[in-house]
Every structure is written in C-alpha cells, then in structure tokens.
Design a binder for this molecule. Sequence first.
Ligand code: CA
Length: 249
Amino acid sequence: MKQGPYQLLGFLLLANLCYSQVGPTEESADDPRFPKGHCAGWMGGAPGHPGHNGAPGRDGRDGTNGEKGEKGDPGLEGSKGDPGEIGVKGIEGPRGFPGNPGKKGDRGEGAYVYRSAFSVGLVSGVPVPNIPIKFTKIFYNNQNHYDPTTGKFHCNLPGLYYFSYHITVYTKDVKVSLYKKDRAVMFTFDQFQQNNVDQASGSVLLHLDAGEEVWLQVYGEGEHNGIYADNVNDSTFTGFLLYPDMDHE
Ligand SMILES: [Ca+2]
C-alpha cells in the first residue's frame, strides 16, 4: 500500500519526538535513536520544517468573453469576375449634323452635243414669194444649225423641236407657212388694215429626224407677202431642241 504525503510526515514527526526524549545518558541497549516500546516521557516537540510545495492545481474555468475589438483593415482585392451578359440595345441617337459638301463632279459627256437652237430676224421687209424667207439678222445661232444663206434650219439632232415666229405685217396681207421637208405643215394668215401695223405669229412642236429641214415661206400667188421689218419693227423666227431622241436612229 502506497503511503500518502501526510502519513509519511506523521511518521517522521513521531520518530523525531521519540528521539528527542532520549537523553545522552539514557542510551538504548540497541539503538539510542529508536527506543523500544512507546516514547517514554512523551512531550510536544519543536515545529518541523515546512513541507515541499504541492503539485500544481488543475486549470481554472474559462473566463467571460472580452469586449468586441476594433474593426479590422479591409481585405485584399479579389480576382476579376467573369464577363457579364450583353445588355439590351439602347435607344437610337439623335440625327447628326449634315456632312460637308462633296467634291465637284467631272464634266458630263456630250452636254454640248445635245444643244440646238437659233433665233433670227429679218433685216428688211417684203421677201420674195415661193422660196424660203431668209432671216439674216442673227440673235443666236451658235451651233450654226440654221443657215442664213438658205433660210433653212437643218436638223442635226433628232428629237422634238419647238418653232415660233412673230411677224410684223405692213402694207399688205400676210400668208405664211412653216415648211418641213418640202411640205407646209402650218399656216398663218393676217389681213393688213390701212394706216395700221399688224402682227402675225405662230408656234408648233415638231419631231425631226436628222437631216430634215424647217423654214418659213410665203405661200400663195405672191400677193400676200406683207412681212415687214425695219430698225424698230422686227419679224423673227426661232427654234430649239426641246427633247433629243435618246436612241439615235
Ligand atoms: Ca390684221
């Protein structure tokens, strides 16, 4: 049986007490420090030396929670996330400002080719009957499609043409006809009244083929040639291409 610390201490104390009662003159027969029998003359001895420190005690119970600490620093930035889905199409924006003007285009082809026009007048009156009236006062004849030496307009560009004439009538009646290709296609008659000046006029649209000619001529027996002109009275003949034929036949 194992002895505890208190039992060991009691034993040592008792042994010490017995030894203290034995005087030097009362020696034991066997051993003076351990007399036989019980301690003779038992008395309280002096206090013993302090014992050794005991073994460490058990851990105490857990304490109560402390106060909440201060807020820590922000953590590190996380990694980049995946791309999100494509959003809904936005509303159409407002109309932009007009752009700058473009560069001037190249000159077109054949612009001059489709021009044909003339405007002419009489220099003096009373033309000769039964032949084309020769208008020699030139207002415009840049393409020279009108021939002042013959009095005829020569068609170079097939198409639709406009012709007109304004005639001063003086001293005699006027019967005038517009000819196309040796045939009178339009007639104008004006009777002269004494002591007066009259005008006769006419206009027409004609389609001409290339090479066809148009002119004015007094028709009849030559008695109605009162076509007149001087410095202040004109008799004119005008014609121009209105629409060219696009398929040059
Ligand atoms: Ca008249």
